[in-house]
Design a protein around this ligand. Structure first.
Ligand code: ATP
Ligand code: MG
Length: 351
């Protein structure tokens, strides 16, 4: 990430449900950063279930084209129809494809009891986002014993290498500098074997030129990784995994720090980064003004980090931590009585 920019163009895609409540809050926080970043220009864009119902497209072409002109974006959440609807598919999945956002990065951090203390949990899950079982090549075959369902699992050297590089690059910027490769190569020796071997080889690549020599490499079989994640989450720093394991691990890790309303993520390529709170559209609380905006606010900080602005990202994260630690202004998912607006105001005041 480089920060030599004159301007900062950010696409805003609130999409559905509480996305429309938390993305405006994140926008306010970015506006409050001041001169640490170029004055952001925001581009409001459409996607999701509501726009699908109106126009027949969940991801209008204009949205994709406009995003290609942006430095980054913030995405809210999409509602999914309860039944399968012809022509509808997730705009997030489509965006990952269109913009080749090959990495899903999810930091999971607990709030320390006192300012200056180390958080008990401070890890980041780096999930490969384009292949594995999610290439969706499934088929049903009729056999004499009934139907048989088969799925293809694709692991490539190219995708494993670039996700590996992203993991090492992130580790380099963290105090512990440790990458744990998550796999199951004891059983799936070819697919998981290739992932493990390729990520392990990243520090030895000629073009890397010793850059990652200070990073410690660990590895863990996925099932024991989950077990240890629940027993001793503090042992992890950067966890890197193929798509399916990463999907499961990142939700499991999010559960360790409480509400879904707290956990940020980004979808990233080498050229573009899109922040996205981990939670969904939360139809049960939509329109009540009580959605927790902190995951979206943290996602905006994470986006800034990827764009090359670590200092303002730290400021936002510290402001959020303070609000949580003080515990006076919290939304109901964290046991409080405050509104989305109250929490936003509290964060802005700390900033
Ligand atoms: P979707 O299909 O869009 O994922 P969902 O019904 O799965 O919707 P989620 O958004 O995944 O809902 O949320 C699951 C639960 O967590 C809901 O009860 C929701 O109210 C709560 N929740 C999620 N995000 C937040 C938030 N930001 N603030 C408060 N509560 C939240
Ligand atoms: Mg959900």
């Amino acid at each position: 990430a480089t920060a030599a920019r004159q301007s900062l163009k950010i696409g805003l895609i609130p999409a559905d449900g509480i996305g429309k409540e938390v993305i405006p809050a994140a926008k306010k926080v970015l506006e409050a950063i001041g001169s640490d970043i170029p004055k952001p220009e925001f581009v409001p864009l459409l996607a999701g279930w509501e726009v699908f119902q109106r126009t027949g497209s969940a991801l209008p072409e204009e949205t994709v084209e406009a995003l290609k002109e942006c430095d980054g974006a913030l995405f809210g959440a999409v509602s999914s129809p309860t039944r399968r609807v012809t022509g509808y598919s997730s705009p997030i999945v489509a965006l990952r494809k269109e913009l080749d956002l090959y990495a899903n990065v999810r930091p999971v951090v607990s709030v320390a009891a006192n300012p200056g203390d180390k958080p008990a949990i401070d890890l980041v899950v780096v999930r490969e986002n384009t292949e594995c079982l999610y290439v969706k090549q499934e088929q049903i075959v009729s056999t004499e014993n009934g139907r048989e369902a088969r799925a293809t699992r694709l692991i490539t050297e190219r995708a494993s290498r670039r996700i590996g590089k992203m993991a090492f690059e992130l580790a380099l910027g963290r105090p512990r500098k440790q990458v744990t490769i998550i796999h199951k190569s004891n059983v799936l020796s070819l697919t998981d074997g290739l992932f493990r071997e390729t990520v392990r080889a990243v520090p030895r690549l000629a073009e890397v030129n010793g850059r990652y020599d200070s990073v410690k490499i660990e590895e863990q079989i996925v099932d024991s990784a989950v077990y240890r994640l629940f027993r001793e989450p503090q042992i992890y720093d950067v966890m890197v995994a193929p798509n399916l394991y990463g999907d499961i691990l990142s939700d499991a890790a999010a559960a360790l720090v409480g509400s879904l309303g707290l956990v940020p993520s980004v979808n990233a390529s080498d050229k573009f980064v899109m922040g996205e709170p981990v939670h969904g559209s939360a139809p049960d609380i939509e329109g009540k003004g009580i959605a927790n905006p902190l995951a979206a606010i943290r996602s905006s900080a994470l986006m800034l980090r990827f764009l090359g602005y670590p200092a303002p990202a730290d400021r936002i994260d510290r402001a959020v931590d303070q609000v949580i630690r003080e515990g006076e202004v919290l939304t109901p998912d964290l046991g409080g009585k405050s509104s989305t607006q109250d929490v936003l105001d509290a964060v802005l005041k700390k900033l």
